[in-house]
Design a protein around this ligand. Sequence first.
Ligand SMILES: NC(=O)c1ccc[n+]([C@@H]2O[C@H](COP(=O)([O-])OP(=O)(O)OC[C@H]3O[C@@H](n4cnc5c(N)ncnc54)[C@H](OP(=O)(O)O)[C@@H]3O)[C@@H](O)[C@H]2O)c1
Length: 276
Amino acid sequence: MTVLIIGGSGFLGAELVRQATSAGRVTAATCNSRPGHAADVSWHRLDLRDPRRLGEVIDTVMPSVVINASSGAADWAVTADGPILLTQMTARRGIRLVHVSSDAVFSGTSRSLYDETALPDPVTPYGAAKAAAETAVRLLHPDAVVARTSLIIGDGHSAHEQVVHELAAGTRKGVLFTDDIRCPVHVADLAAALWELASSNAAGVFHLAGPDALSRYALGVLIARRDGIDPSQLPTGLRAKTRPIGALDVRLDSHATQGRLRTRLRGAREFLGTAR
Ligand SMILES: NC(=O)c1ccc[n+]([C@@H]2O[C@H](COP(=O)([O-])OP(=O)(O)OC[C@H]3O[C@@H](n4cnc5c(N)ncnc54)[C@H](OP(=O)(O)O)[C@@H]3O)[C@@H](O)[C@H]2O)c1
């Protein structure tokens, strides 16, 4: 069984690649602006905005499973149109698809706890693009998985951890919000859960976030303590005072999905609780 990871050069993609090769899967992956590094992987340059190239990569690799871990932030062509095209192509060829989505599809205004049945109500361009991609996956590829996740943290290498280090060192301007709540997940748990879903016949919407709801500041404090940084160095602020505000309190409730998985999604207090 050949697996194809779209966005294999990204943070989550690299962990998906690592777990796939260690499990002995025949692995292909795509990169866009950065080269992919892992050995034992066939790497393919791909810009999701190029439909011809996307078809070429799929027909060269002929995967049985595709995990889409790409991210184009608020760029609609990459975050919405590209995944829609990928959905059409995989559905037409009978290829299993796992699409990684985000808690950014929710506003955090009418409620804060969102389970798998909650309807997307995005308030940012990024959230709207992710919601559009989700809609296409659910409509055009009903056997596919839409896996929503939250802040992805690793062992020092995620963008969120880097921000904390730079803010503490004073090499970056900004603050950590005390009113912006999310449910962080460890990248290794997330990748394992995605592979578990990819290998099953599960279909529909799944939530893959950790059980601990934390503000960006509280998360920053945990990261700082783990890494031997004085948390008093971390500047704080309120997202509510920024314009546009974006989503404030968005907690993914992953209980239903967790009940179906062997992989345990640890909370940030647990996985950041010990020194690196
Ligand atoms: N990080 C988080 O906290 C978080 C939270 C919620 C949801 N998510 C979702 O989780 C997934 C993985 O996020 P991540 O943080 O691992 O992302 P990331 O590190 O930014 O990686 C993004 C990947 O997408 C690729 N990419 C960018 N533009 C592309 C294009 N035009 N065509 C094809 N590929 C393109 C990048 O390739 P190059 O680097 O080679 O250009 C890279 O491999 C995404 O779906 C994201 O929306 C992330």
